[in-house]
Design a protein around this ligand. Structure first.
Ligand SMILES: [Ca+2]
Length: 415
């Protein structure tokens, strides 16, 4: 044999042995990557995406922004409390006034500041246009809408107010679980819960009303001071089934959201503090209308009712036309919702966020079984049971192999 041919023969032999080894390698390789949190070796187990601030870097739509269109003047306020409790507000003291102007980077208060990096040494703020503070101007609502683009299961919604900004007297947090078609109340804050939102202050949640929004007098119950402070709504706090969340479909629905909307209804409490009511006759007539309760009487309430809520009597004389709603950070803590069947969410072909589904599940939220895996009904993956979708009894025909194999998910076997 000439040396060249020998070399070729050796090379071919080498290739052949490599092919054998490759085959063995493939056979011994586990079906799922070693570090896949959705599998314990080959056994499926419940898996969830990481806990994140789902709002981070997501643009928020604001119905009003200071300095947009034309520069405006706003004032920071210092709040003077009289030391007594119940509402805790006895007046506002103007501290300093500034100009907002979106054309000037140093005077810009855009909604992008709501979801940027929150650095306590360099706080960036969104501000609403200065509120008129008069009844003639109509409803004083300002709305912030966050669209997550995917179902998430939320643990909290946190709003950080700007330094020297007053915390609004009355505001509501809503959620949508269907990409903004329907809105449900998540939480209310007011010094006059019953009057504005038709709910008692800090109602107790029982097992029969676990997906009802509560109203909290945040001024009364806050311990962290009034100015520049944070409001954090914990979605499961005080809800009896929270320790058994895995098995509570009601709470799983309750924490599910695709969108979060915050509506500031009233910047200042009605004159007279916590329970006072309006001072003008117009204010009184509006209060009476609200107290009548027809509009806010029953539950569940439609978000639309609140969206058209007439402005209640504020304190028209105080800081008229210069006060703003001002937030430095809007955060929502939670996990991308994959029903226990994925450990991460990824951008899909349509550039939308979707679960990287395992356990033979499919859908943006792994909310159904893959085709041909219907041997048992779909179920949410839990600590006790990953509820993998199965297709064991399905007999299929693999094209090209000429034989019937189970689970190959291609063609049904011919009889
Ligand atoms: Ca910020």
């Amino acid at each position: 044999m000439v040396p060249g041919v020998l070399l070729l023969a050796l090379l071919l032999a080498g290739d052949g042995s490599l092919a054998v080894h490759r085959g063995q390698y493939l056979r011994s390789f586990p079906v799922h990557p070693v570090n896949d949190p959705c599998y314990d070796e080959d056994r499926p187990r419940r898996c969830t995406p990481d806990f994140v601030n789902a709002a981070f870097g997501v643009p928020i739509e604001a119905s009003s922004t200071c300095g947009q269109g034309k520069p405006a003047r706003f004032c920071n306020m210092k709040e003077a409390t009289d030391g007594t409790h119940a509402g805790g507000r006895s007046g506002l003291v103007e501290s300093s006034c500034e100009i907002c102007d979106e054309a000037d980077a140093t005077k810009r208060y855009s909604a992008l500041a709501l979801t940027d990096v929150h650095n306590t040494n360099n706080v960036t703020c969104w501000r609403s246009e200065p509120r008129s503070g008069t009844l003639d101007a109509g409803p004083d609502n300002v709305t912030l809408t966050l669209s997550l683009g995917k179902k998430f299961e939320l643990t909290y919604v946190s709003l950080m107010f700007c330094p020297h900004a007053i915390r609004p007297d009355s505001m509501a947090i809503y959620k949508s679980a269907d990409y903004g078609k329907n809105w449900l109340p998540f939480q209310f804050y007011s010094s006059q819960c019953r009057k504005l939102y038709g709910r008692p202050t800090k109602a107790t949640i029982s097992p029969s009303n676990e997906q009802e929004a509560r109203c909290v007098d945040h001024n009364r119950y806050s311990v962290d001071g009034v100015q520049g402070s944070r409001i954090a709504f914990s979605t499961l706090e005080g809800r009896p089934s929270a320790p058994d969340f895995d098995n509570s479909v009601i709470l799983q629905d309750w924490v599910t959201a695709t969108d979060i909307r915050v509506i500031f209804h009233r910047l200042q409490p009605a004159s007279g503090g916590g329970g006072g009511g309006g001072s003008s006759s117009l204010a009184k007539s509006q209060s009476t209308e609200l107290l009548g309760g027809g509009k806010f009487g029953g539950v569940p309430k439609k978000a639309a009712d609140f969206l058209t809520h007439p402005r209640d009597a504020g304190s028209p004389g105080v800081g008229s036309g210069v006060l703003t709603y001002a937030l430095s950070d809007f955060a929502v803590g939670g996990r991308c919702k994959c029903n226990g069947h994925a450990s991460r969410c990824v951008k899909g072909a349509d550039d939308k966020l979707e679960c990287d589904c395992k356990h033979n599940t499919a859908g943006r939220d792994c909310e159904r079984c893959k085709p041909f895996y219907f041997d048992r009904p779909w179920g949410r993956g839990t600590m006790r049971d990953a509820n993998e979708c199965k297709g064991k009894s399905l007999t299929v025909f693999r094209r090209g192999l000429g034989s019937c194999e189970k689970n190959s998910n291609e063609f049904e076997c011919p009889d």
